[in-house]
Design a protein around this ligand. Structure first.
Ligand code: FES
Ligand SMILES: [Fe+2]
Length: 402
């Protein structure tokens, strides 16, 4: 797992003025909206004596108040009040928790879990379709009980479709002609690789989905990554009808992952500009009904993946590539692993062995360092241990872009 990337925390519609605890990268965070409605994400552990801030309250001065002794923290993580020392005494400088840069985008609250200054941060994966009249957007979240790298690699894998997804191929019934076609590079970027390929495409049986593909034939589809945890999948049913899916994944810990699936489609809805005066009475409702059907369909497809993925061993990616036998269709999975190696060489990989040992000891809690750690050493919790960067890694200054 890596720090220094943007992680999805919560759907924007699910966040109000009640603090919520969210676990990401095996650390707890508190997320809340301040008095101005702006989302804030802080390390959840109160640095007084360790209570969970998420069990506290949002106050009307924009702070979150610890439930144990009432210390208040603002959206910058700075403690603004310690009731036991009196309201006239200023809290000491070390009275602060890590506070993370936040962006609300595509209906998701993202937090940058790391300490890079703004100009060096890898960006959130762009979704150019979002918010346009041509494309309709839906967002769902679901949890899976496996490591996020395994989840991403499954999404990148072109050869499983024929066997796992009844709608994407012929279920191995045409094995004499089945061949995983050449992968054409697509959307390679500083943070990941991608591909498009041509798939066999049987006609779809589901009456809603039939709109997308009535005839059998060929279909273009592909996937790619953007950082360790952002992935796109394009399914181009025809030259003009597509579903573009964007997955933002949050590793809860090594065994669990929360997936934010942002689905964009350019068919199967009434465009906003075409709804008209009378259409307002029923078209938005039909759109919502179609959204629901599309989401159900996507979850059905996801359940086919989950069934296989729950049994994949080992649970974590093996450290040696010789311990799996890769084929040309697995190329983009190896490219993804190359990128993870690059992120590790930059010193961004969390030392999970150290974290596991700390958990076993039970007497230490770490924090993912936030950007303010670069300004002062006055912190109560230690930073999470990281795998040492490799000397050949590019300097942080050279990282930007994308
Ligand atoms: S533990 Fe939070 S105020 Fe004491
Ligand atoms: Fe799949």
């Amino acid at each position: 797992m890596f720090m220094n990337f943007w992680y999805p925390v919560v759907r924007a519609v699910d966040l109000g003025a009640t603090p919520q605890k969210v676990r990401i990268l095996a650390h707890d965070f508190v997320v809340f909206r301040d008095d101005k409605g702006q989302p804030a994400v802080l390390s959840d552990t109160c640095i007084h004596r360790g209570a969970s801030l998420a069990a506290g309250k949002c106050k009307d001065d924009g702070t979150v108040q610890c439930p144990y002794h009432g210390w208040r923290y603002d959206r910058e993580g700075v403690c603004t009040r310690i009731p036991s020392i009196g309201s006239k005494t200023k809290p000491p400088p070390r009275a602060r928790v890590d506070a993370y840069p936040v962006q609300e985008k595509y209906g998701i609250v993202f937090a940058f879990l790391g300490d890079l200054p703004e100009e060096q941060r890898p960006p959130i994966m762009p979704v150019p379709e979002h918010g346009t009249d041509e494309w309709r957007s839906t967002l769902v979240t679901f949890d899976v009980n496996y490591h996020y790298e395994r989840s991403i690699e499954n999404g990148l894998d072109p050869a499983h479709n024929e066997y796992v997804h009844t709608t994407h191929g012929y279920q191995g019934e045409r094995e004499d002609t089945y061949l995983m076609m050449e992968l054409r590079p697509e959307q390679n970027n500083p943070w990941g690789y991608g591909f498009m390929a041509t798939f066999d495409a049987p006609p779809l049986k589901n009456p809603i989905m039939r709109q997308f593909r009535k005839e059998g034939g060929k279909m273009e589809a592909g996937s790619g990554t953007y950082g360790p945890n952002h992935m796109w999948t394009y399914i181009n049913f025809t030259a003009k009808t597509s579903m573009h899916q964007y997955m933002f994944e949050a590793p809860i810990d090594e065994n669990r992952t929360r997936v934010f699936l942002l689905n964009q489609r350019n068919i199967g809805f009434f465009k906003q500009s075409k709804i008209g005066f009378l259409g307002k009475l029923f078209k938005p409702r039909i759109n919502l009904w179609l959204d629901k059907k599309i989401n159900e369909r996507n979850m059905f497809i996801a359940s086919q993946d989950i069934k296989v993925m729950n049994e994949v061993k080992p649970a974590l990616t093996p450290p040696s590539r010789a311990k799996e036998l890769m084929m040309p269709a697995d190329k983009v999975i190896l490219q993804y692993r190359d990128k993870l190696d690059e992120f590790e060489a930059r010193g961004w990989r969390i030392d999970m062995a150290a974290l596991r040992a700390a958990k076993d000891r039970g007497d230490v809690i770490y924090a993912i360092p936030c950007p303010a750690r670069r300004e002062t050493n006055a912190w109560v919790l230690d930073e999470v241990p990281r795998v040492a960067p490799s000397p050949a890694a590019p300097t942080l200054q050279a990282v930007g872009g994308g």
